[in-house]
Every structure is written in structure tokens, then in C-alpha cells.
Design a protein around this ligand. Structure first.
Ligand code: NDP
Ligand code: GDR
Length: 354
């Protein structure tokens, strides 16, 4: 039985990846942080009592800022595959916590690589590093591929740049199977509540149900290449199953503005929205409602710009070129944006209707 170790198992991707690997027959180990409240909601359905024989889902307390802890867990588990998904993953928050972000997202990656090397596991353990389209930052060329130059625009992206290159360096220096998946934005009903897509689908569901007045957002012009996390964890696994270790872009190749994601989310519940005004004065109002289940007021302002959500330096346009992953990995996403919005909206309407 293959053993996988996932850092960031309590996060969106960790939860979907754990589910996928369990379905493939892996023994799955995950690193979770100690917190004052239970933080395992996304993986509770996978939990198995460790007192039972043959439990295939095992959690370990740990933190990417603690080398000794990382070394001990890797030594104990002796994993065939490590998926390093743990990170302070919020771009805006990284401007408030730049040093911590560097420690965890940058040096944390080094801690994993170095632990595998020190423990003599370089021939056994394959390592996946969760790299990001945020590396491209300020647009150099589109669509962005494995050969597009990087220009990171946040402490998060700069820390991930270190993670990217130290992974490449350990591969080249020590012959390790250590690879980067350069994943573009991927979302799901499990997405953290403060990322823009989930903030929108939660807000729209609550506005439709009469539980919230309006949605405050930042830059509506930003363009993102959004896919579904379920599809993207399949790609992570494929990236570690190849004969030669290489880095891959994972994306849909389609980009959409934040404003249009808002529009599509309202449409999903039968509400038409109209945007007027410019810059910080732009607002979104309800134009029509074709769903008798919702008593919304036509003309009501439901989207307002709040500059507090602007970033000191923004990434305006991301659109990935998935040619290499399609041809070499045979990877194709099953969800398009419409199907993603539908999945998220249905889940949030259900959540708030309860
Ligand atoms: P989440 O924010 O949902 O999950 C992050 C995970 O990392 C959580 O389990 C979190 O634990 C854990 N974590 C945070 N800090 C530490 C730490 N100091 N030590 C150990 N674990 C820690 O992110 P996603 O699941 O969306 O993303 C997974 C990875 O992929 C991240 O590295 C992210 O940067 C990267 N990525 C994500 C993309 C996306 O669109 N989702 C695109 C490209 C890259 P806790 O639950 O306790 O907070
Ligand atoms: P991103 O995701 O920064 O791309 O990083 P996020 O959803 O936070 O922002 C996407 C775009 O939407 C704009 N935006 C807002 N963003 C948030 N969070 N809240 C708002 O109210 C809001 N209004 C507009 C942002 O300015 C931005 O342009 C995500 C994370 O998962 C990273 O970890 C990952 O590496 C990248 O995706 C790929």
C-alpha cells in the first residue's frame, strides 16, 4: 500500500486530495495544526478511529514552521509521496503577515525537502510543491505557461517563488523527484470563506434568502482563470506519477472578471444584476428576479465597492495555458466555470436555507 503525507490536509485542496488518494487505496497521513477550536470540518467524513485496525487515514499534529516536527513525522511515516499544500494562502493577508508567510510558504518548503534529504529518502519519496499562478503577477505575456517569466506581486507570491525554485534546485542538485504544480485559481463549495468566489456565493445565497443586505467587494475588474478543486487534485496526483519529474501549469485556459462571477452567481438563483458607475462608485443593483421563491426588491443596491479589499499591488490578469498538462498528463478539467458556479451556489443556498 502506498503512503502519502499531505501538509495542509484541513484546507480545501487537502480535503479533496485525501478523498482521492483514499479512493485509490493509499494510506493517507495528514499534518494538522493545533487550534483552540476544532479545524477538521472539511475532513471529518474521512476520519477513522485510530484504535481500529487498518485505519488508512491518520492525522499528526504539526506546523511547517517547525523543522524538528516535520523531520519526525516524515521519519515516522516514511511516505512514498508528499503533497506540500500547507500555506498561509491568502494573498491580501500576506501583506499584513509578510514574515510569517515567508517562514511557512517559503522556508516551509525547504524544511520538507531538507527533511527528505537528511533522512535518506531521496530515492523513495516524491514531493509535490503547491506552486501558484500568483508567481506570474504583473503580466509579462498571456496565456501563462511553464516558460512565462515570473513577476510576483505580493509577499505570498514572493514566498511561493522561493518554494518554486528551491524545489527545482533540490531536483537538480540531488536528483529528487520534486516537482511544482503551477495551479491557477481553483474553487469549490469547500473554498475558504474569504476568497472572492466563496465570499460571492455565500453573499448571493444570503441576499436571495433575505439574510444579508449587500456584498462589499474590492477590485471587480481582476481576471482569473477559475477551475474546480476536484479536477485540480487529480492533476496533483498525475504530476507525481510520471517517469520524469517536471513542472506543470494546471488551468482551464479561460479567464473571467470578478464582476462576471458575481453576475453568474446571481443568475444561478434567477436574479439579474446590473452594474453602473465606475471605480469605487460602481454599484450592482437587482434588475429582475425570475425566481418566485425569493422576495428581493428590484433596484436595490446589493454590491458596493469597499476599498479596504484593494491590494497594494494587484494581479490583474491570469489566464493559463494548459497545453503541456493536456498532452503529457492527459489531464482535462470536467467542470467549466458555469458548472463550478452552479456547484458552489447550490451548496451555499442549501447551507443558508438550513
Ligand atoms: P487553504 O487555505 O484552504 O488551506 C491551507 C492549509 O494549510 C490549511 O490546512 C492550513 O491549516 C494549512 N496551514 C496554514 N499554515 C500552516 C502552517 N504554518 N503549518 C502547517 N499547515 C499550515 O488553501 P488551499 O487548499 O486552497 O490551497 C492549498 C495550497 O495550494 C496552498 O499552498 C495554496 O497556497 C496553494 N494554491 C492554491 C490555489 C487555489 O486556487 N486554491 C492555487 C494555487 C496554489 P488550517 O486549516 O489550520 O488553517
Ligand atoms: P487570489 O484569490 O488572490 O487570486 O489567490 P482571491 O479570491 O482572494 O482574489 C481573486 C481576485 O478577486 C479580487 N477581489 C477580492 N478578493 C477577495 N479575497 N475579497 C474581495 O472582497 C475581493 N474583491 C475583489 C482580488 O483583488 C483578486 O484580484 C488565490 C489563493 O487561493 C492563492 O493561495 C492562490 O495561490 C491563487 O488563488 C492562485
Amino acid at each position: 500500500m502506498k503512503k502519502a503525507l499531505i501538509t495542509g490536509i484541513t484546507g480545501q485542496d487537502g480535503a479533496y486530495l485525501a478523498e482521492l488518494l483514499l479512493s485509490k487505496g493509499y494510506e493517507v497521513h495528514g499534518i494538522k495544526r493545533r487550534s483552540s477550536l476544532i479545524n477538521t470540518q472539511r475532513i471529518d467524513h474521512l476520519y477513522e478511529d485510530i484504535h481500529e485496525h487498518n485505519a488508512r487515514f491518520i492525522l499528526h499534529y504539526g506546523d511547517l514552521s517547525d523543522s524538528t516536527n516535520i523531520i519526525r513525522i516524515i521519519q515516522e511515516v516514511q511516505p512514498d509521496e508528499i503533497y506540500n499544500l500547507g500555506a498561509m494562502s491568502h494573498v491580501k493577508v500576506s501583506f499584513d503577515e509578510p514574515e510569517y508567510t515567508a517562514q511557512v510558504d517559503g522556508i516551509g518548503t525547504l524544511r520538507i525537502l531538507e527533511a527528505v534529504r537528511l533522512l535518506g529518502l531521496t530515492d523513495k519519496t516524491r514531493i509535490y510543491q503547491a506552486s501558484t499562478s500568483e508567481l506570474y503577477g504583473l503580466v509579462q505575456a498571456v496565456p501563462q505557461s511553464e516558460t512565462t517569466p515570473f513577476y510576483p506581486r505580493s509577499p505570498y507570491a514572493v514566498a511561493k517563488l522561493y518554494g518554486y525554485w528551491i524545489t527545482v534546485n533540490y531536483r537538480e542538485a540531488y536528483g529528487m523527484y520534486a516537482v511544482n504544480g503551477i495551479l491557477f485559481n481553483h474553487e469549490s463549495p469547500l473554498r475558504g470563506e474569504t476568497f472572492v468566489t466563496r465570499k460571492i456565493t455565500r453573499g448571493v445565497a444570503q441576499i436571495a434568502l433575505g439574510q444579508q443586505e449587500k456584498l462589499y467587494l474590492g477590485n471587480l475588474d481582476a481576471q482569473r482563470d477559475w477551475g474546480h478543486a476536484k479536477d485540480y487534485v487529480e492533476a496533483m496526483w498525475l504530476i507525481l506519477q510520471q517517469d520524469t519529474p517536471e513542472d506543470y501549469v494546471i488551468a482551464t485556459g479561460v479567464t473571467t472578471r470578478v464582476r462576471d462571477f458575481v453576475r453568474m452567481s446571481f443568475e444561478e438563483v434567477g436574479i439579474e444584476i446590473e452594474f453602473t458607475g465606475e471605480g469605487v462608485d460602481e454599484v450592482g443593483r437587482i434588475k429582475a428576479c425570475n425566481n418566485p421563491a425569493y422576495q428581493v426588491e428590484i433596484g436595490k443596491e446589493v454590491v458596493t465597492i469597499d476599498p479596504r479589499y484593494f491590494r497594494p499591488t494587484e494581479v490583474e490578469l491570469l489566464i493559463g495555458d494548459p497545453t503541456k498538462s493536456k498532452t503529457k498528463l492527459g489531464w482535462e478539467p470536467k467542470y467549466d466555470l458555469q458548472a463550478l458556479v452552479k456547484d458552489m451556489m447550490q451548496a451555499d443556498v442549501k447551507l443558508f436555507a438550513r
